[in-house]
Design a protein around this ligand. Structure first.
Ligand code: SAM
Length: 328
């Protein structure tokens, strides 16, 4: 969980899938999907978002409720030490919406803090598959009202996001734990601090002592780039290049070089946890066999179930999960 704690506490993002156009991480066909689910809910309802992170899906639901004049109570549950209050630091308008959500941090989705038969909709955007599905489904059934629904979008093992995440996890692990990129960058920064105490940046750039580790770093990054040459890995390589370049650029004077050594340690941790999160995503993704298992668990928990592949922009994106608790 440490890697998720780190992500939610440091990024000030609502969702792990936030991109430029969508702060909630829900856009295009996914938006239409969730709107069709929400359209079926009554005017007054209780909704629980499981594996919520800082509340991407919850805020999307709040926006829908506001636009359609619904009186909905929205809860968000996550096992990590989420930090939705940090949104205030970057976006006051968004923070107002976040404040309408009741967050339950460090709460396992298989032990929901809600009464039996009290929830209209349990929802999840790429969260349910990260938990233990066999103990979570009976718990979802317990909290749902009769005819209540569980709807989720879950990672698909044939999607691009799965492939990119699996490679990304390997690439970060390889770079950080199996090459001396960080050791060599650290060595350059120590030499730079020493040289810049007495000499100029020009002297540093011309010194063989400092050029050695920098050339090694360049060679290593080229080697990693060749090893992971698929187009979807470019984003990870750009991230690594950006981190290394930013600390190298800081070595303009002795104090800058000293500070850069501390910043490099932060990047080291940042890359470790990024790789772990991508590995989690890959491990959580379902193939057809995993879907069969979840369907079996749902039937065992006495939930009607339908799991379908879901395309976004003409590409396989996820599985949609729809379950319902029978009346009576
Ligand atoms: C990929 S993130 C998705 C978060 C959010 N739904 C979003 O759209 O960004 C998966 C989340 O599941 C949470 N998680 C993993 N296992 C869990 C569990 N057993 N109970 C509750 N949350 C869990 C993680 O802490 C993480 O925040």
């Amino acid at each position: 969980m440490k890697h998720w704690n780190h992500f939610w506490q440091t990024t000030r993002l609502l969702s792990n899938f936030t991109d430029g156009e969508s702060k909630t991480g829900i856009a295009g066909e996914a938006q239409a999907f969730w709107e069709s689910v929400l359209a079926e809910l009554p005017k007054k309802a209780t909704i629980v978002d499981i594996g919520s992170g800082n509340g991407g899906l919850s805020v999307f639901i709040r926006d829908y409720a506001t636009a359609h004049k619904k009186d909905w109570t929205i809860h968000a549950v996550d096992l990590a030490e989420i930090a939705p209050e940090t949104i205030e630091e970057v976006d006051a308008e968004l923070a107002k919406k976040v404040a309408t959500i009741e967050f339950h941090a460090q709460t396992n989705m298989n032990a929901l803090p809600f009464a039996d038969g009290s929830v209209d909709l349990v929802a999840s955007q790429f969260g349910f598959e990260y938990g233990d599905t066999s103990s979570t489904l009976p718990e979802i059934k317990r909290v749902l009202k009769d005819k209540g629904r569980f709807v989720a979008m879950s990672h698909h093992k044939s999607s691009t996001i799965y492939k990119a995440s699996k490679d990304g996890a390997e690439l970060y692990d390889y770079t950080v734990n199996h090459t001396p990129v960080f050791l060599q960058t650290d060595m350059f920064l120590r030499i730079a601090e020493d040289v810049l105490k007495k000499d100029s940046v020009e002297k540093l750039q011309n010194s063989l002592l400092s050029r050695g580790p920098l050339q090694t770093v360049e060679w290593l990054l080229r080697h990693v780039g060749e090893r992971y040459s698929d187009a979807h890995n470019r984003v990870w390589m750009n991230d690594i290049h950006g981190r290394i370049n930013s600390v190298v650029q800081q070595a303009k004077d002795a104090e800058g070089a000293r500070q850069a050594q501390e910043d490099l340690a932060v990047h080291y941790l940042g890359m470790q946890v990024h790789g772990q999160r991508l590995g989690d995503l890959a491990n959580a993704s379902w193939d057809a066999k995993a879907v069969k298992k979840v369907e079996k668990e749902a039937k065992k928990a006495k939930l009607d179930v339908a799991i379908e592949p879901f395309e976004r922009e003409g590409e396989l994106h996820a599985w949609t999960v729809k379950m319902e608790k029978a009346a009576g």
